[in-house]
Design a protein around this ligand. Structure first.
Ligand code: GLN
Length: 276
């Protein structure tokens, strides 16, 4: 066990190392590292210090903290994450809020999440809205393993199924879905090399790459969504910066009607909602 002074120095040491590496919230991140490695801090054992320093070294390599500790808060819940899934972003919480707002009635609803990844969107909705059932689709089997664990963590596993296939391969009865939610890959292929190390080196490429113009997945989903949705069903789509207008046009062309476009907390048009 270390003396009080050296304990404080230890926290300080971590903060300074993170500041020097240009990490933007060094105090917060230090406290998170300590929460996972030394839950009784300021009491800390030598072994706990070693664990904290191992995490610090990974963070100094620009591995995102959530991937180091294996968990990330999203909306109101904590999700398991790893290198197989896109880290849930706060910007995406707006999709969940809007979905829950639209579901505020007492009817049973079926929700389909295209490219579910960690499951954070679908599972948050299911947790908040106990009448709903969900289907999470992902082409990555490894991502679905994480989503299934998250379904159990949130205690909603009885109300959701997962399908390991592309959205084109998905067999869904015609007009059976009340709501589609999706945060598909939307970064232009040529832009991926310019992303922050935290993103390009640690989020799966397959979850980021939206093809040459960034709209490849939106176009594919727009072709499929109208026949899957029930009459008056909704689709809630995450948009990258500057993409909302064109996404709207892509889906309108397939016969859906704009319901609204919602900004995230940073003022970006982040969620495009259309109705059948
Ligand atoms: N929002 C993510 C980013 O900008 C990208 C997620 C996506 O392509 N769907 O890093």
């Amino acid at each position: 066990m270390f003396e009080q002074d050296s304990q404080n120095n230890f926290r300080e040491e971590l903060i300074v190392a993170l500041v020097k590496a240009g990490i933007s919230s060094p105090r917060l991140e230090t406290d998170i590292i300590l929460k996972y490695t030394a839950p009784l801090y300021p009491k800390i054992t030598e072994e706990e210090q070693e664990k904290a320093l191992t995490m610090l070294r990974r963070r100094l390599n620009h591995e995102p903290l959530d991937k180091i500790v294996g968990e990330r808060e999203f909306y109101k819940f904590v999700f398991k994450v790893n290198q197989d899934v896109l880290t849930p972003r706060p910007d995406t919480e707006i999709l969940v809020e809007e979905a829950i707002h639209l579901l505020k009635d007492n009817h049973k609803r079926i929700i389909l999440d295209l490219g579910t990844g960690s499951g954070c969107i679908l599972l948050s909705i299911l947790k908040e809205y106990p009448e709903a059932c969900g289907i999470g689709v992902d082409i990555s089997e490894k991502a679905l393993k994480v989503a299934k664990e998250n379904a159990q963590r949130l205690g909603v596993e009885d109300r959701c199924t997962f399908q390991n296939c592309s959205w084109q391969q998905l067999e869904i009865a015609k007009e059976s879905i009340d709501m589609i939610v999706t945060n598909p890959p939307y970064i232009e292929s040529s832009e991926i090399a310019n992303l922050d190390e935290e993103v390009k080196d640690y989020d799966p490429q397959i979850a980021l790459d939206g093809g040459k113009d960034g709209y490849k997945c939106y176009k594919e989903i727009a072709k499929l969504a109208p026949s899957m949705l029930k009459k008056e069903g909704y689709i809630l789509i995450e948009a990258g910066i500057g993409q909302a207008k064109k996404i709207r046009e892509i889906f309108e062309k397939e016969g859906l009607v704009l319901y609204k476009i919602v900004k995230d907390l940073g003022g970006i048009n982040r969620c495009v909602i259309l109705k059948k």
